[in-house]
Design a binder for this molecule. Structure first.
Ligand code: PEP
Length: 251
């Protein structure tokens, strides 16, 4: 049984006080939700203060990126152990904004994923095609490339700790979400890739989130799909009301 997981990616939004306020609101509104795993991913500067707010609650925290080296002369970077000590349990890697704007590749995603797992953190690994690629019928080949290369060399036990986020790039921040059928088709395909890489039991166990313009009014039909296990939410996670409504609409 795969537990639904809703994660809010705050991106480069929310200063310290705004982060604390949003986390407090979410904690108060969702305190009685047990059937959905709830994760918020504030910017680095807010992590430890948000942790103070959500400590001992049902809200978990993730970061938005990480660097794979343990420590040293890597100005501007943040290590896995730093994230862990700030209270993170999850970390997003390979988000399309990082792939497109900051040169993230499958190889760097793979290094980050392995480093997170070594430190006991759970990676949320993003994959997904651009509009041009979908139009050219390349959705499956791009997703295959992302999944196989970003997740290469993981043991079966490590793979079971991964969350995959299928995020069609054309749906991110555009208001254009994939239809439930479009999402289901790719999620099912990802599960078939996992079966080929490992086995059927593993493929059935790994959670696959959908991401791309998820809102309170489309989450229900998306998670009604057999292979959709939750959502990675950008814009709608910045407002307490819409994020909490998304979580509640999963029940
Ligand atoms: C995201 O950034 O991961 C995302 C899905 O954004 P949005 O919900 O705004 O499309």
């Amino acid at each position: 049984m795969r537990r639904v997981i809703i994660a809010g990616n705050w991106k480069m939004n929310k200063n310290l006080q705004e982060s604390i306020d949003l986390a407090n609101f979410i904690k108060r509104s969702l305190f009685d939700i047990a059937d959905v795993e709830i994760v918020i991913c504030p910017p680095f500067t807010s992590l430890s203060d948000v942790e103070e707010v959500i400590m001992d609650s049902n809200i978990k925290m993730g970061a938005q990126d990480v660097y794979w080296e343990k420590e040293g002369a890597f100005t501007g970077e943040i290590s896995c152990s730093m994230l862990k000590s700030a209270g993170c349990e999850y970390c997003i890697v390979g988000h399309s904004e990082r792939r497109l704007l900051f040169g993230e590749t499958n190889e760097t995603v793979n290094k980050k994923t392995k480093a997170l797992l070594r430190e006991g953190l759970k990676p949320i690994v993003c994959v997904g095609e651009k509009l041009e690629e979908r139009k050219n019928g390349r959705t499956f080949s791009v997703v295959k490339d992302h999944v196989e290369k970003s997740l290469s060399g993981l043991t079966r036990d490590q793979m079971l700790k991964i969350i995959i986020a299928y995020e069609p790039v054309w749906a991110i921040g555009t208001g254009l979400n994939a239809t439930k059928d479009e999402a289901q088709e790719v999620h099912k395909y990802i599960r078939s890739l996992l079966k080929a890489m490992y086995d059927e039991e593993l493929a059935k166990s790994v959670r696959i989130q959908y991401g791309g313009s998820v809102k309170p009014d489309n989450i229900k039909e998306l998670i009604s799909q057999e292979d959709v296990d939750g959502a990675l939410v950008g814009g709608a996670s910045l407002k307490a009301d819409s994020f909490c409504a998304i979580v509640k609409n999963c029940l």
